[in-house]
Design a protein around this ligand. Structure first.
Ligand code: BTN
Length: 318
């Protein structure tokens, strides 16, 4: 229904024409139109002419995301919320109920957005993309962290394609523009024995915030695509690019393993060859970042030549 109206590109479609196209009654069409209107899509109804799509808000409803989406698996089912504590929580609930691979949860606002290491994630209304995706790869548990890196390159490439900006990735999950964070990725998993049952990939992308939209403590640390490019971005287009890229990299990974992903990831990496400090739960390690292993683990060489493998840490770049 939404697709038929969108394809008519602002021209009227009669109720009968819509009913024929979709194969339902005119009463069902009317109900459908009301539902689309409730989701924020403006549709004009004129007697004897029919229905016409007037304005598409910068929304992320299922209809808006599905229209023009070029994927086979990811984003085919979308749960959209105006507000929710965290899309991660809903994604866990839906995954536990059996939601299929590719199901996506997106919210215009999160009231308790979650970051890594139990931090909060600031998610202001309609300014960013706050989404979680359910994946069900048949893989051992230790492969889960690789998905953070797969998601990072998918988002980096989408930002590059749409804005022309050149994001850099700070291991493992931060996307930076001008040294400030524009995206964070949080991968959570549920497993049994040593197999992944499902993965939840949470992505928080700062899109249309102005500086004043960030709280004081984030002023120096966070940025948005609007701040960096000077242009407002249609979030739906960015979501569609992310889903397409992620599906492509996911399939490459399943078919060929992590090596091709590693090569792409390293091309975006900000810290390789630089002196960094990894703040781990067992203390700080300072040295040169040598790269990542074939499993996505960060390697740091200390001055005494000792090589450290970092599985989880915050990174400071010197
Ligand atoms: C980080 O950099 O610490 C990760 C941030 C992840 C934020 C996203 S926003 C959508 C999803 N829902 C959440 O509560 N968190 C993730």
């Amino acid at each position: 229904m939404f697709e038929a109206l969108a394809e008519a590109e602002g021209h009227y479609l009669s109720g009968q024409r819509l009913a024929d196209l979709i194969g339902c009654s005119r009463t069902a069409i009317w109900k459908n139109i009301e539902e689309l209107r409730k989701s924020g899509i403006e549709i004009e109804a004129v007697r004897k002419k029919g229905y016409r799509l007037i304005h598409l808000p910068d929304g992320l409803t299922e209809n808006e995301i599905l229209y023009g989406l070029e994927t086979k698996i990811l984003g085919k089912k979308v749960f959209h919320f105006d507000t929710t504590p965290s899309t991660q929580l809903i994604a866990h609930q839906e995954a536990a109920k059996g939601a299929p691979e590719g199901t996506m949860i997106v919210s215009e606002e999160q009231t308790s957005g979650k970051g890594r290491m139990l931090r909060d994630w600031h998610s202001s209304k309609q300014k960013g993309i706050w989404m979680s995706l359910i994946l069900r790869p048949i893989l051992p548990l230790e492969k889960a962290p690789q998905f953070t890196l797969i998601a990072a390159i998918a988002v980096a490439k989408a930002i590059e394609d749409i804005t022309g900006l050149e994001p850099q990735i700070k291991w493992p999950n931060d996307l930076l523009l001008n040294g400030k964070k524009v995206t964070g990725i949080l991968t959570e998993l549920q497993g049994e024995a040593d197999q992944i049952n499902y993965l939840i990939i949470g992505m928080g992308i700062n899109v249309n915030q102005e500086s004043k939209d960030f709280p004081d403590e984030l002023q120096e640390k966070a940025t948005s695509l609007l701040i960096e490019s000077g242009e407002k971005i249609k979030r739906k287009i960015l979501v569609q690019h992310i889903l397409k890229n992620l599906e492509k990299y996911y399939l490459i990974y399943i078919e060929k393993g992590f090596t091709p992903i590693k090569i792409i990831w390293e091309a975006y990496a900000v810290s390789i060859g630089k002196t960094i400090t990894a703040q781990t739960s067992r203390g700080n390690i300072t040295g040169i970042a040598e790269g990542i292993t074939n499993d996505g683990v960060l390697m740091i060489r200390e001055r005494d030549n000792q090589l450290h493998y970092i599985y989880s840490a915050d990174i400071l770049i010197h």
